[in-house]
Design a protein around this ligand. Structure first.
Ligand code: TEU
Ligand code: CA
Length: 566
């Protein structure tokens, strides 16, 4: 709280720096699972506001808020009924205004998640489209096509939705609509001027309310080439993300024009609003989104998909340093989000070469056939990887709960699952609910302090108690203490967006120095390694294994450990 008081003039401070995003630590809040103020089991905006002191103590620069709009939650809120309102289940616009005021007063910015590729099937526009005839202007806001086959009963193509099953849904009058995700998420038609204008209005609506930036859902999907005849699913798979602009659904050149219009809106504000693209494209294809004339930043999921390996991490960092220099954007680093297995669990999966850190496989493995997860090892590596990541130039995107070292919840009963990937893949993929379980705040309270009652929209396992905030807060060796310390020191460590590798013997150790002189050393192997004297003599400011800081105390770096040296 003293921190809060010390930041009294934060609004002016926040306004002053247009580059605030370049090396920001951004904390993702999945609102329905963060904190529940009224005890109905669903996290809400008032809950977020009540936990701002926690965010201040954690030391994050910004919050990225996953969708908070009215939604039937067919896809956890990524099915939006109304882009310019708050879900009454989690609050009101007045609660939103109060939340953003309090965040700004605490020196924390807000990035709102927006979902332009598809609305929900309960959006006014979609209801109107269904009530209107074939060929009407209302249907032109979405992607309707006639069925195929002699009686028109077949879908227009054999395209598959990303959540499984056909990407086309019949509406009963011979037409089908396209949904690349769930049937409750009809794709919008971005070739339609009205759709584009309405989104510009949405960007201004939230920017006027003080939102500092936007996370753009499925940013690579908006522009589509749907000229007949539609190509087959097999043909599309063959050219998937080839990067030559030939794919009719993903990463098309027409996106540049759409995002140039958005950029003009962002630049109406002071400081300009920022945006970060969620675009699952090849690393070489991220430029389009990260360009300063476009969204300005794009998620880099390379580390998220990599093995815990010195050579892989080294190559990914080098590649992305080049990328940042080419685009003028800053790097983005991420290990976890609401779509993937928490990294403390991923890193504890067997290392026997049979497991690739492929997302699909990771989901599959957590479903019933889970191999033994070595939780202690997973957490040890997650902590080492995190200190490596937080030392890198660029911004760090953190997912709620990772600061607790939280593990994936694999044991959710089928009857309690919510993710459409589970329902549309009949038991093959368990989906993403395991990383979306409400957070444990207090080991001994109902719902582990998530809310005032024991209600929790996804069941919390008993073992959540050991991860609770109140258990970790006073323990200097805890994961939470490590994150707090690292985020506090990060501002000192960062400096210019550069690094220089320090050559060391052996294949398992990486060391890099920042222009501030701070140095990050990670041992990816299991065996301890002796550090050269130039490093061994430096002050250990932070260590991922929880050992206390000490001057020159680390001639030997233990396995699966990172240290920060000053
Ligand atoms: O995800 C986009 C997307 O393509 C996902 O299907 C992703 O490939 C998958 O989750 C693997 O990580 C975004 C959101 O992050 C996700 O939560 C939504 O379900 C999806 O868009 C639809 O809006
Ligand atoms: Ca609630």
């Amino acid at each position: 709280m003293t921190d809060l008081l010390a930041r009294l003039d934060t609004d002016r401070l926040l306004a002053a720096d247009p580059d605030w995003w370049r090396q920001a630590a951004v904390y993702q809040i999945y609102p329905r699972s963060f904190a529940d103020a009224n005890g109905d089991g669903i996290g809400d905006l008032e809950g977020i506001t009540s936990r701002i002191p926690y965010l201040v103590e954690l030391g994050v620069d910004a919050v990225w808020l996953s969708p908070f709009y009215p939604s039937a939650l067919a896809d956890g809120g990524y099915d939006v009924d109304d882009y310019r309102d708050v879900d009454p289940k989690i609050g009101t616009l007045a609660d939103f205004d109060e939340m953003i005021r309090a965040l700004h007063a605490a020196g924390i910015r807000l990035i709102a998640d927006i979902v332009p590729n598809h609305s929900s099937d309960r959006h006014d526009w979609f209801r109107e489209a269904l009530a209107s005839p074939k060929g009407s202007a209302a249907r032109e806001r979405y992607i309707f096509r006639d069925g195929e086959g002699p009686d028109g009963a077949q879908p227009p193509s054999d395209w598959q939705s990303i959540f499984g099953g056909s990407a086309w849904e019949p509406v009963g009058d011979g037409q089908f609509y396209l949904h690349l995700f769930a049937p409750e998420q009809p794709d919008l038609n971005w070739a339609n001027r009205e759709v584009r204008d309405d989104f510009l209005r949405t960007l201004r609506f939230w920017s006027d309310r003080g939102v500092d930036g936007f996370r753009v859902d499925v940013a690579h999907g908006l522009a589509k080439d749907l000229t007949a005849p539609l190509r087959s699913h097999a043909e599309l798979e063959a050219t998937k993300l080839a990067g030559d602009g030939s794919h009719p659904l993903w990463d098309r050149e027409e996106l540049d024009e759409i995002y140039a219009e958005w950029r003009a809106v962002f630049d109406e504000y002071d400081p300009p609003r920022i945006a970060v693209a969620e675009a699952w494209v090849a690393p070489t294809r991220r430029h389009r989104y990260a360009a300063p004339t476009s969204l300005g930043q794009a998620f880099n999921f390379d580390l998220l998909r990599a093995n815990f390996s010195a050579s892989e991490f080294h190559e990914i960092v080098d590649r992305n340093m080049v990328f940042a220099a080419e685009t003028g954007s800053s790097n983005t680093w991420v290990f976890s989000n609401h779509d993937v297995i928490r990294h403390a669990t991923r890193y504890g999966l067997p290392d026997d070469g049979t497991f690739e850190y492929d997302l699909g496989k990771a989901w599959l493995l957590s479903g019933g056939t889970t191999p033994a997860v070595d939780a202690a090892r997973g957490l040890r590596r997650a902590r080492a990887a995190t200190l490596f990541l937080l030392g890198l130039p660029g911004s760090a995107y953190l997912y709620q709960g990772e600061e607790l070292g939280l593990a994936e919840v694999a044991s959710i009963p089928d009857s309690e699952r919510q993710d459409p990937t589970f329902f549309r893949n009949a038991g093959v993929e368990v989906g993403r609910d395991g990383c979306r379980v409400p957070l444990p705040w207090d080991a001994d309270a109902p719902s582990f302090g998530f809310g005032p009652t024991d209600a929790s929209h996804l069941p919390q396992p008993e073992w959540f108690a050991q991860y609770a905030v109140d258990v970790q807060a006073g323990d200097p060796a805890s994961t939470l203490s490590m994150y707090r310390r690292a985020l506090a020191l990060r501002h000192e460590l960062q400096g210019a967006e550069k690094l220089a590798w320090i050559a060391l013997d052996g294949p398992d150790v990486l060391a890099f120095q920042r222009p501030t002189g701070w140095t990050v050393v990670t041992n990816f192997g299991t065996e301890p390694v002796a550090l050269p004297s130039a490093l061994a003599e430096r002050e250990v400011v932070l260590s991922s294994d929880g050992a206390p800081a000490a001057p020159g105390a680390r001639g030997v770096l233990p396995g699966e450990t990172t240290v920060w040296l000053r």
